[in-house]
Design a binder for this molecule. Sequence first.
Ligand code: NAI
Length: 258
Amino acid sequence: MSQNMFSLNGKTALITGAASGIGLAIATLFARQGAIVYLTDISREQGEKAVEEIRREGFIAEFLPLDVSDGGAVQAVAETVLKAHNKLDILVNNAGIGFVGTLLETKAEDMDRLYQVNVKGVFNLCKVFLPGMVARKAGNIINIASIAGIQAVRERMAYCTTKFAVVGITKSLAVDHAKQGVRVNAICPGRVETPFVKMRLREYPDPEKAYQEMSATQPLGRMAQPEEVASVALFLASEAASFVTGSCQMVDGGWSAG
Ligand code: NAI
């Protein structure tokens, strides 16, 4: 192992949904660790702003607009990245959307929309980048699942369904491609204080009370910061995790332990 086992020097990384929250924290940390980072997102304005910030710190980043549910657009992004670097070392499937409701409150269209982004999006990205990783016998895929991919979270039926699927994709790819040098892991965060959660909080009649309740769900008594998920992604992306594949790393302040 090298002296700085967390270095990503010389690596190329692509992160989906990287304009905000957890994806942005991962992109920033990976760039600081020496990776050439592609931030992709549906939001061009926020994505370009994020890239500017990273470059201002002196690190290497590019923005490519991308809706992960659009297979054709995913293919075009892969062609751009592979033309520039001939390889992608690290793929982080982070883009995801939420939905609050029991099955009775979930329409078929809600289910389809969540599936297209949260599941098909992961499939689309893996489909275009895995062949190169297998051919080079080296690659690293990190999927941002959720505690809702491991256990039921109340009133999150559709979301749980998609995140259980993300865990399923993770474990299947890990088993199928371990011998080809590709490591595939999931991160299962509890509640993380990101725009995603802040938006949901505004929908509650008493957002402050909801914030306190959401924080208290986790034995550590607070929500995570996006950087606390990014550091686990760095571990998985790095040489330090060389024997880690097919795992679901809980970053939930102890929620799933109780
Ligand atoms: P966020 O809403 O702050 O950021 C998500 C980003 O994804 C946004 O920039 C958005 O523009 C982008 N995005 C949305 N749909 C997209 C699409 N179709 N294609 C490409 N980009 C798209 O969300 P946050 O909280 O950072 O979540 C990131 C991931 O972490 C999601 O997969 C989410 O399910 C997961 N997660 C979040 C938790 C939390 O408490 N915030 C807890 C557990 C998991």
